[in-house]
Write a protein that binds this ligand. Sequence first.
Ligand code: AP5
Length: 211
Amino acid sequence: MGPPGAGKGTQGELLAETLGVSRLSTGDMLREARRAGTELGREARRYMDAGELVPDDVIVGMIGEALDAPAGTSSFVFDGFPRTIEQARGLDELLVARGEELDAVIDLAVGDEELVARISGRRVCESCDAVTHVSTVGDASRCEACGGRLIQRTDDRPETVRRRLQVYRDLTRPVLDYYRESVTPLMTVDGTGAVEEIQDRLMTALQRLAV
Ligand code: AP5
């Protein structure tokens, strides 16, 4: 968990790779549906471009389907989900029905100024979805991985970002209290500094949990 631009995708991808598990990013799943032009994608578009959340029943249904899909692993890193208390309850129900439980909730803490700098400089590859930042690439128009065109996400425009941050404060931050009152360990990890440094902090926090 964490506000827009906190590094959930960047860290979630590394974490899933290190742990050898799948990453389920609701943002990526919705963007994929948009690209494929499915009904879900068409419905999601108007919420996403306005910086609003896609309705809870749609999201929980999407995660339920993903959990049931045959995959290489039965363990997951959830990225950007749950984002409302309703979704957290929905996830609890999905897990109980499958005899599973959450090991931990990780909250990536990053200040507003840094969030805005990260989001305004974010570029994504139109072809392979790689996420990068203008400050770290030589050529801000081409993907280093596949040569595809780097673009700005439609919801990364300043007015939409302001709304996304507000939605995070109003609807998503309360989910942290939901977990604080639950048996699931909630760990707040400093999300500032180098990507690798943050990943080390995450792994250290998770290893402490396993002891
Ligand atoms: P989603 O895609 O989940 O967006 P978000 O939560 O706003 O998060 P971001 O993707 O903006 O940021 P991130 O934390 O993943 O950071 P990243 O690693 O990219 O959701 C988009 C929309 O979909 C929502 O607004 C909503 O409409 C809908 N949606 C999704 N899930 C939903 C749900 N559960 N319920 C309802 N609606 C839902 O990093 C950001 C930038 O910073 C990158 O450029 C990166 O290269 C850079 N960066 C990363 N780490 C560092 C670092 N350590 N130092 C410097 N730069 C860094």
